[in-house]
Design a binder for this molecule. Structure first.
Ligand code: SAH
Length: 509
């Protein structure tokens, strides 16, 4: 049997993106993960399926497992030959009792590694816009336990009160007023700035600032929840100019993206940059044409007979070239053709393949190509690569102008209900702020599946955002009030409109 091993791993302060690469890798390779109460659910979801999870979570008043039991589990599991990840909030050696666990492992001859994590003591202030050191304001930082039962360990209040550095108290929320009194009674200026940061680095982060004299009352009034950090020092004043995290326009807003997963990344990134919590519930997926590849194959096989090729979407570009390659051909087959791309994104997909589109209408609508094309189309052969369901306006009009047009069906968008149950639960819990729709099919596929009650709760609690006229038309057809509509049918304009909506809106309550 191979020797087991224990990894004492820091899970970071909360935001799963602040997990180290090494921690993420170990969560995939572990046999057992022993977790803490402070580890966020988003990180727990990163544990590979099939890995055994032991909850050793402990909170001040509700000890799930005594430390000795946890130590014993680590030793026993490792001795059974397991790869054990002991996952702890923040950094394992910053007030996490990781030191004690390492001592115990060492005493028992168990092989172990320590994987540092980003401590809340550093990340919390950073996310509140407070640098813990600053050349002209603080040349040192102290991390101090605020926990009652550790008082006997003898905090040197005299020295802390005299310190010109930053003081960061962990586990100090419950004893905030006593901490402030201790410092003031030992001579620290009662006007010294203080910040209390709760649930740092998460969508629920909240920060309250004040002075040693005022902070306790303010925090009580704000009902700040645990876990929280107390930061004392002149650097706290910098928050006024460099606060960034809580200030982002969509901070803490829970926004649903209904686009196909293949297409959701731009929308997700832009929303996340603005501070939103993005929940992807694709209502459509991109699939091979269910009828057949016949129309696309025929266009590819007779590509030399066409004068012009129109791509209406990035999906069309991807499917066309995949099929072209499968047939042992490549982009050179298009060398003689005029190429039109509907919208900048579609043109970008072609550019990535080394092809510069000759015609690119600004609008993401195939009919927008028409003004760019000559009135007389006689003798001109056009192939239009697009989804099975699509608007025929372009094709009809080209034919009316005397051209020959063939349709090449490259994909279809199919309804999907991946995660629908989870979406339902979130909707009925009222925990969604906004649902975005980027096409008519996402609208119909969602509302077709929701019951009347579910639809009513959605509309009651969440704002509906539409990418543009045709999506809005479908929404109106289903009696869905539109709270936000993009002025132009593009992802960037949609996100701007969502941001503008929430900027106008009253602050989140
Ligand atoms: N090892 C952890 C600290 C464990 S002690 C670390 O390095 O972050 C637990 C204390 O950490 C809490 O009482 C609180 O003061 C602080 N803490 C942990 N996560 C926090 C968070 N997301 N926001 C604010 N404080 C946090």
């Amino acid at each position: 049997m191979p020797e087991g091993k224990v990894f004492l791993v820091g899970a970071g302060p909360g935001d799963p993106a602040l997990l180290t690469l090494k921690a993420a890798k170990l969560l995939q390779e572990a046999d057992v993960v022993v977790v803490d109460a402070l580890v966020s659910p988003a990180i727990l979801r990163m544990i590979a399926p099939g890995v055994r999870v032991v909850d050793a979570g402990k909170r001040a008043s509700r000890h799930t497992l005594p430390q000795e039991t946890t130590n014993q589990i680590l030793v026993d599991e490792a001795k059974r030959g397991n790869r054990v990840v002991r996952l702890k909030g923040g950094d394992p050696f910053v007030f996490g009792r990781g030191g004690e666990e390492a001592e115990e492992l060492s005493r028992n001859g168990v092989d172990f590694e320590v994987v540092p994590g980003i401590s809340s003591a550093i990340a919390g202030p950073a996310y509140a816009g407070i640098p813990v050191t600053h050349r002209s304001l603080a040349t040192s930082v102290s991390l101090i336990t605020g926990h009652e039962s550790d008082e006997s360990s003898g905090i040197d209040w005299e020295r802390l009160a005299a310190s010109s550095g930053t003081l960061v108290f962990l586990m100090g929320l419950g004893r905030l007023s006593s901490i402030c009194e201790q410092l003031v009674s030992r001579g620290m200026n009662s006007h010294m700035p203080v910040a209390v940061i709760a649930k740092a680095t998460t969508a629920e982060q909240r920060t309250v600032t004040g002075t040693l004299a005022t902070i306790a009352a303010r925090v009580q009034e704000a009902e700040l929840p645990a876990p929280a950090l107390v930061v004392v020092g002149r650097v706290v004043a910098l928050r006024e100019s460099i606060e960034w995290f809580e200030k982002r326009p969509l901070f803490g807003r829970r926004i649903v993206v209904t686009r196909a997963r293949e297409q959701a990344s731009d929308l997700r990134r832009l929303l996340e940059d603005a501070g939103a919590i993005v929940l992807e519930f694709p209502m459509v997926e991109i699939a091979a044409p269910s009828d057949s590849w016949a129309s696309l194959d025929s266009v590819i096989d007779r590509i030399g007979e066409y004068d012009r090729l129109v791509f209406t979407s990035t999906n069309g570009v991807a499917a066309f070239f995949e099929r072209l390659f499968e047939k042992g051909r490549d982009a050179r087959a298009l060398s003689r053709l005029e190429i039109a791309a509907v919208g900048e994104t579609t043109a970008g997909a072609l550019r990535n393949l080394g092809l510069a589109a000759d015609l690119v209408p600004e609008k993401f609508q195939s009919a927008a190509l028409l003004p760019l094309l000559p009135e007389d189309q006689s003798g001109v052969s056009t192939a239009v690569v697009r989804a099975a369901a699509g608007r025929d306006e372009l094709i009809d009009e080209l034919r009316r102008r005397g051209g020959r047009v063939d349709l090449a069906v490259a994909y279809e968008t199919k309804a999907t209900d991946e995660g629908l149950d989870e979406l339902r639960a979130l909707l009925s819990a009222g925990s969604i702020d906004c649902v975005t729709f980027t096409s008519s099919s996402t609208v119909t596929n969602l509302f077709e599946r929701l019951g009347a009650d579910e639809k009513a709760t959605l509309l009651d609690r969440a704002v509906v955002a539409s990418i543009g006229p045709s999506t809005s038309e479908t929404l109106r057809g289903l009696d869905v009030p539109i709270g936000i509509e993009a002025p132009l049918p593009s992802i960037a304009a949609l996100v701007d409109a969502v941001i503008a909506h929430y900027r106008r809106d009253t602050p989140k309550g």
